[in-house]
Design a protein around this ligand. Structure first.
Ligand code: ADP
Ligand code: MG
Length: 288
């Protein structure tokens, strides 16, 4: 039977904006010693600002225009930001054959031309010879009909409460904090250093994130230690279900992630992870 204090814990947590899908998760959460984070939208705001527009054979506005039209069909934080930079109104472009490739980018047929927007791996896939970006930031490459058309650099900022959340979690006994991201090495290193994370792995596809978590699970020293994954939802469903405990951040995130998660944080504040941890530890103290 489930001890009464578990129900009190779940009730108290939900008032604090932490939805816990079952009493057993409180116990698992209380034993968590490894926390694995997704970057974009979890530790960073996912609100990118355009810092560089570097076209190859067209003008800046045309590059941004084509990019924004393709990104209209993606829910990724990068897409929202690029759309916002251009202005959200549609203007008579005909867009067809939309194909989003998770962890890489999106492509579509725009007025009869194949416009492909994404990272360098995506450019390699379509055979476009991309040029490296020299600024720190997330580089979004564009190819038109397989030919490189330039890049747009966007920069994301670390959430205001991320640093405080990491140090609170350390004090709560989390031994190991690791960030996984599909973004570049340079960007990841910058975030990991600023937040004083123990380690990070960059340029991962969603399937690579699952594999990393599996490796970390295998490396566990004792079954009484557990691993939690925290993600904002976009592409994170598989890794949320693979971790001992999956925490989805922001109830407005993707339905698939909310479904796959064991704990759902109602807003985007990373301090809520620490709140959830507190509730779990308190419950376990009452039970034992
Ligand atoms: P993270 O692990 O940081 O949450 P994702 O796995 O969601 O990032 O995406 C990894 C990378 O794939 C992004 O940094 C970006 O380069 C590229 N990407 C994904 N979706 C898009 C998109 N809609 N438009 C452009 N690039 C994208
Ligand atoms: Mg993400």
């Amino acid at each position: 039977s489930v001890p009464l204090s578990f129900f009190a814990g779940i009730g108290g947590a939900s008032r604090a904006g932490v939805l816990i899908k079952g009493a057993n998760y409180l116990e698992i959460l209380a034993k968590t010693n490894t926390l694995v984070f997704d970057k974009t939208g979890t530790l960073t705001q996912g609100n990118f600002e355009v810092t560089v527009i570097h076209p190859e054979k067209l003008d800046k506005n045309e590059l941004l225009h084509l990019t924004a039209h393709v990104e209209r069909y993606s829910k990724h934080p990068i897409a929202n930001s690029l759309r916002k930079a251009y202005g959200d109104e549609a203007d008579g472009c005909e867009v067809d054959d939309i194909q989003e490739i998770s962890g890489r980018g999106i492509q579509a047929l725009v007025n009869g031309r194949i416009v492909c927007v994404g990272n360098s791996k995506m450019m390699d896939d379509v055979g476009a010879k991309w040029h490296a970006c020299h600024r720190i930031g997330t580089c979004i490459h564009v190819a038109i009909d397989g030919e490189y058309a330039g890049h747009i650099v966007i920069s994301d900022i670390i959430k205001e409460n991320s640093k405080q959340a990491i140090s609170a979690l350390k004090k709560q006994g989390i031994k190991q904090m690791i960030m996984l991201t599909g973004d570049t090495q340079k960007v990841a290193e910058n975030v990991a250093k600023t937040l004083q994370l123990d380690s990070f792995f960059a340029e991962l596809l969603p399937a690579d994130k699952v594999q990393k978590v599996e490796e970390l699970l295998k490396a566990k020293k004792s079954p009484s230690e557990t691993l939690a994954f925290v993600g904002d939802g976009i592409n994170d469903a598989p890794v949320l279900s693979r971790a001992d405990i999956g925490i989805a951040m922001g109830a407005m995130g993707s339905d698939a992630a909310i479904e796959a998660a064991d704990i759902v944080l109602m807003d985007d504040n990373p301090l809520k992870i620490s709140t959830a941890m507190n509730v779990a530890k308190k419950c376990m103290r009452i039970v034992h």
